[in-house]
Ligand binder design. Structure first.
Ligand code: SF4
Length: 190
């Protein structure tokens, strides 16, 4: 089987790549993430993917174009249900690339994250596989959560603090702000 692995970032790729290779599957990577905001964050994550790929001898195609406008056009007014839209956006392009470049199957490192909607990813993957005449390769990569973190830290790979889009960036700031206010309140209480 020739498999195309959609790659969201360097750290999330480490464990899925090791599982796929252990199964003897020929795998290449594909970085396509127009959801990432802002541009300097996009560049940081892309560079971390490049370094990870170099370290593991992993062939990867990097989509360098920054697709913020297209991403926002799909998600504005759908902020609460944006994640399945985001999966569809990224995996459609991955499946198209896989079909056009002679791959039999595709998968995604998003299946490694404990923070993603795992079932929505599975459903999207199977639906797109049917549309593009491919197989969707599914494994529950979340099993290697800690292993992936430990290795990415030992390699000193860039590790992001939010999922990627402008909305998730804002949510992460909200969380930090809430924690800060809570600490301040605790300190001022007698
Ligand atoms: S939170 Fe993550 S998965 Fe959801 S829309 Fe934003 S970048 Fe995409």
């Amino acid at each position: 089987m020739k498999l195309l692995l959609h790659v969201c970032c360097g750290p999330c790729t480490i464990f899925p790549l090791s599982v796929i290779r252990q199964e003897g599957i020929k795998v290449s990577g594909y970085f396509y993430n127009p959801n990432i905001h802002p541009f300097r964050e996009f560049k940081k994550r892309k560079e971390s993917v490049r370094l990870m790929a170099e370290h593991f001898g992993f062939h990867i195609t990097l989509e360098h174009s920054y697709g913020l406008v297209d991403f926002l056009r799909k998600t504005v007014f759908h902020e609460q249900e944006r994640c399945p839209i985001c999966y569809d956006f990224r995996l459609s392009k991955t499946a198209e690339f896989a079909r056009d470049n002679g791959f039999d199957a595709f998968s995604t490192t998003l299946l490694y994250s404990r923070y993603q909607n795992h079932q929505a990813l599975i459903d999207t993957g199977h639906r797109l596989a049917e549309t593009f005449g491919l197989s969707f390769f599914y494994r529950d990569f979340r099993e290697g959560w800690q292993e992936g973190i430990d290795i990415s830290k030992s390699l000193d790979l860039y590790r992001q603090s939010y999922c990627g889009c402008i909305y998730s960036e804002q949510e992460s700031f909200d969380k930090h702000l809430k924690k800060k206010l809570f600490r301040q309140k605790a300190q001022t209480q007698p």
